[in-house]
Design a protein around this ligand. Structure first.
Ligand SMILES: C[S@@+](CC[C@H](N)C(=O)[O-])C[C@H]1O[C@@H](n2cnc3c(N)ncnc32)[C@H](O)[C@@H]1O
Length: 383
């Protein structure tokens, strides 16, 4: 076997011990390592798997109806240690991960769940050194993922219209990172007022919006975004998603948006009983991304034409507006008869209306059953 120095650990340069040549430790890394210290958040898991989060403090105790333990019993232990309370009940002690922290921290507004925060960081391509703007901030859950992704050399400018929510977010973020984060700025105000004041035109790489009406800010965001920059929005309902997509298209400064949702299903792992968990978080929100075009560029026309009636012209929505196929009265009469609800009576004569023959609208399957002619690709082409 040949010796390849490139794969020989002994051939790698020794780690530099000169402190001056070492990169500074990224913000927050220190508080996530080493033995448990006073001020740390610690997650205690009891024998039933229930989680209890405490912040280690001098003289404090963790009480349940079955005994207590002193916080100081935990100080100095490595993470992953087991401690016993006065009743002999054992608890596993670990620092919460970011995903645990977000779900247990105090909240003013609903938080972006870790599964969506992961999607946002990946799909909006948030990279170390990126210049990111975020609004609203709510409880600061997403802010922490964004700060981790941009690192100390990037910037996250978070804008929140509610002063009280901004204060909660600051508390959560600073507790998580063990102090101020050098990449973070937080402004109180409405995004469309604040953004033009804090960001030069075309200077922002990524904009992340989690708010009720993101379409109200598309103008300010388009001004701030650099060509090729990414806008990512998180919305809770399909109606918000639709409004946002249409307004992005009519703005003209964004490329064609794409949207998706993610579903995460946990698994139960017990001996041979390895199966999906019975319960899951069925819906959190939808994500949409759109890229900023270069100034003066007109997006190429889409090759696929939207289904007829996809864009409402009247106030009232029709099935066509929603991409649904309309159903003729004739077909409804036939279905009604098929389900044994009798033929419709002619209101003038009181006699049954003409029986309905199978038409080109319906086709007949080999087994003689009438079937819907619309196939899956038609449905998919309507989107
Ligand atoms: C659902 S919360 C955001 C939660 C946050 N992403 C998190 O993970 O904790 C929505 C926030 O947007 C704020 N908001 C709504 N419209 C805004 C606007 N135009 N400018 C700034 N903040 C806005 C609201 O006050 C609210 O706090």
């Amino acid at each position: 076997m040949t010796h390849d120095p490139a794969h020989d650990a002994s051939a790698l340069p020794a780690p530099a011990d000169d402190a001056a040549t070492q990169a500074p430790t990224p913000t927050g890394a220190d508080v996530r390592r080493g033995p448990l210290r006073l001020g740390d958040k610690v997650q205690l898991t009891d024998p039933r798997g229930r989680l209890h989060t405490i912040t280690l403090a001098t003289g404090a105790t963790f009480h349940t109806h079955r005994g207590y333990l002193s916080h100081e019993d935990l100080v100095g232990l490595p993470e992953g240690s087991v401690v016993r309370n006065t009743a002999g009940i054992e608890y596993l002690a670990l620092r919460p991960l970011l995903a645990d922290y977000v779900l247990s921290m105090p909240r003013g507004a609903a938080v972006v769940y870790p599964k969506d925060a992961g999607q946002i960081v990946a799909m909006a391509d948030i990279y170390p050194g990126a210049r990111v703007v975020e609004a609203g901030v709510g409880s600061g859950a997403l802010t922490m993922s964004l700060l981790r992704a941009v690192g100390d050399q990037g910037t996250v400018h978070s804008i929140e219209r509610r002063e009280d929510f901004a204060a909660i977010a600051r508390g959560n973020v600073e507790l998580f990172f063990g102090g101020e984060h050098p990449a973070w700025e937080l402004s109180v105000g409405d995004l469309s007022d604040v953004l033009p004041q804090v960001a030069e035109k075309g200077s922002i790489d990524r904009v992340v919006l989690d708010m009720l009406a993101p379409w109200e800010n598309l103008d300010a965001v388009a001004d701030a975004l650099a060509p090729g920059g990414v806008l990512i929005c998180y919305v809770a309902t399909a109606t918000q998603l639709s409004r946002l997509a249409e307004d992005l298209r009519s703005d003209g400064r964004y490329a064609e948006p794409s949207a998706w949702e993610s579903l995460v299903r946990g698994w139960h792992l017990e001996g041979l009983a390895v199966r999906p968990q019975h319960r899951m978080v069925g819906h959190t929100g939808f994500l949409l991304t759109a890229r900023r075009l270069a100034d003066g560029t007109v997006a190429p026309l889409r090759k696929r034409r939207p289904a007829k009636g996809s864009y409402p012209v009247a106030e009232e929505w029709t099935p066509e507006d929603l991409g649904e196929r309309s159903v003729s009265d004739k077909r409804v009469r036939r279905v009604r008869r098929d389900v044994g609800q009798g033929a419709q009576l002619d209101p003038r004569t009181g006699q049954p209306l003409e029986p309905v023959e199978a038409t080109t609208e319906d086709s007949v399957a080999p087994d003689g059953q009438a079937q819907d002619t619309q196939d899956v690709s038609d449905v998919l082409d309507n989107d």
